[in-house]
Design a protein around this ligand. Sequence first.
Ligand code: C2E
Ligand code: CA
Ligand code: CA
Length: 771
Amino acid sequence: MRSVRTVGWGHYLLVGALISASVLLIPLGIGRDVLYSLVGASAVVAMLVGVRRNHPLHRRGWFLMAAGTAIWVMGDTLYAWYSDVAFIEPFPSLADVFYLAAYPVLAAGLLVLARSRGAERQPTALLDSAILTAGLGVLSWVFLIEPTWTADGVSMLERLVGVAYPLGDVLLFAMLVRLATAPGAWGIPSRLLAGSVALLILSDSLYLAGSFVPLIGDNLTVLDPGWLISYVLWGAAALHPAMGTLSLPSLKRSERTRAGRFVALAGALLIGPAILGFELITGAPLHAGAVVIASGFLVVLVLVRMVRMVHQVQDQAERLGQLADTDYVTGLANRRRFTDRLSELLGDSRRHVGGLLKIDLERLSEINDTLGHRTGDALLLAAGNRLSQLTGPRALVARLGDSSFGILDPSITSDGQADDAAVRIRMALEQPLDLPDVSVAFEVSIGVLVLPDDGTQAPLALGRVDLALCAAKKRPGRTARYSTELETGATLAPALVGELGDALRDGQIVLHYQPQIEIGSGRVLGVEALARWQHPRHGLLGPDLFIPAAEQTGLIAPFTQHVLDAALRQCARWHRGGLDLTVAVNLSARNLLDPGLVDDVRAALARHCVGAEALELEITESSAMVDPRRSMQVLGELSDLGVTLSVDDYGTGHSSLTYLQRLPVRRLKIDRSFVTGLLGDDASAAIVRSTIELARHLRLDVVAEGVEDDDTLLRLRDMRCFAAQGFGLGRPVAGPLLPELVARIEERLPEVLGSPALRGRPDKPAVIPIF
Ligand code: C2E
Ligand code: CA
Ligand code: CA
């Protein structure tokens, strides 16, 4: 169907052009004039058929153009009647009335098309049309209008009709340029139309020039194919299947068209000088006055055009700026804009800034996964709209992340208002969001700050509001105001992690040692090395503040190496002083994936001349599960070295017993969460008891962590637990203080445990009362 239509306009164009050209072969007379009128009429029919076939959006424009063409054809027919039937050639005649009447109708048709493309939305297009039209106008004035007007021996009516033609052509040209500069596609139909108008203007102009240029005047009939082909081109444009695009607005125009437009504008500016040059060279009478006035007018128009262009560029830059500051899903401000505004407000230190709220929608990623991203985006848009409605006009609402929004509300001036706003917004945002096919309720968490009290710099404030949001997620009310108590390792660690490397080199990482007691004997059999950071500014920092960060950054390998070295050096020192203790070092999951670990351990033992049996390495259940195959190999090699391996925090992971059985571990350290509840909580007691029994079957020693009082110790003794560790027995202390602590523990415990009094170490002579 489509191809038939395409062939339609092509056939019409080809056959029409051939017939148009062939009129030259037909002698002047009625036959030629009938053919002439038929070609014109065919264009009218082609336009009406084109409208029927192609259903353009604005049929009115095409109907006007068909009407204009029809009026022309009537003019042709009348003209033929004068010359072939009445044998008179009056000028002006009724035919001229028809001819001239057609110009405004055709121009109106073109204007309707131009307007339907949105031409009026582009003031620069109007200017461009004016500049190009003025350019053509000068040409027309100098070569056609002025000579016609000042011709000798012609009546006023003849002059008026004579100049009306070039004016009509200029009008058509103006409308064509209006159409060409309007936004929209510039395809084959547009080119056919432009070609038609151009050919018409050329033929008209040559015809008129025939009055002064004898060469043309003597051969006027040669111009006939020009008008005829102009008809055919117009008709072919209407038949083209894409003719509808002539009246379709579009926002995009290709750069080539723009560049072409500037070339045309420059050309219009050059017309004046070109005319003067031509007249000087050929010796024709100079039109200096007219050309200077017209060129001055053109220069003013081009200047206005340039000013507009500068404004346009500025507007575009502004729009781009806005786009860069906008979140494309919700149309709200984006994180960049929000942070900039926050910095701006906080920059003025004396000023009250207002409340900063960070809002998070839970489950968004699940919704995206199950309902699709389009639904997710629609929900975000709805949530953003609701947030905007919930806040005052002075508040800035932004989308900060995938599922999080931020609000900067200057109307919040107190803590109470901040809390109220958070609760109000949470409740309103948790009401279901209704989309056409789904209704979704989000769980919402909100963190709040009051600025500048809770932060005087944007990064700090944003960090703290995150902290408040984290706290909110753990609270039943799901809102939280920032407070200094929320500052934990989570906020300290990122700042610290950068300093950790230097701290290791500078010896700021030190070890404290916590005794492990053999319950059966009350003897201290070993210690656990626990890392501390003697920080020059923050004081002594616990491992929870920096170990997670060290694990994430890959610093954990040199860190563990450092701990191992320090612990074994200390251990060797105690051994030399007669204190025969084992030392336990904690390993991280990452250490177990490090193929160099076994060699490092072996080398450290050798360096400090400590036997492998004096070293214990603690791993957690989950760390051995990260990559079981590799961990198993590393653990096997460590065990082969003779090192004691123990499972730390036992009970908190999910390892199966059969898996544990396959590990070459010798000890289970029951996590202190079970041990602390041993006396008051039956479940904990049951877990500890069954773990001890299970360990016995597996031939593992059990160490109970977190023993904070003697009753717990006694209960563990009754359960026949092997060893214990905890604040109730001895807190972690620096290496040099340990011998004294050991002595105190071994002094006190036999009494508590009711075990045989045992004073001193077994390798030393025990202090036994002599009877
Ligand atoms: P962990 O291995 O379970 O170490 C025992 C933690 O419990 C120590 O905290 C210790 O001070 C504490 N503790 C001991 N007895 C009691 C008690 O009776 N009650 C209570 N409430 N706590 C008790 P610390 O020193 O803060 O160490 C925390 C964690 O940091 C350790 O837990 C261990 O997982 C990790 N860690 C410490 N040093 C190192 C190290 O050098 N390397 C690695 N990878 N991790 C380490
Ligand atoms: Ca441990
Ligand atoms: Ca532990």
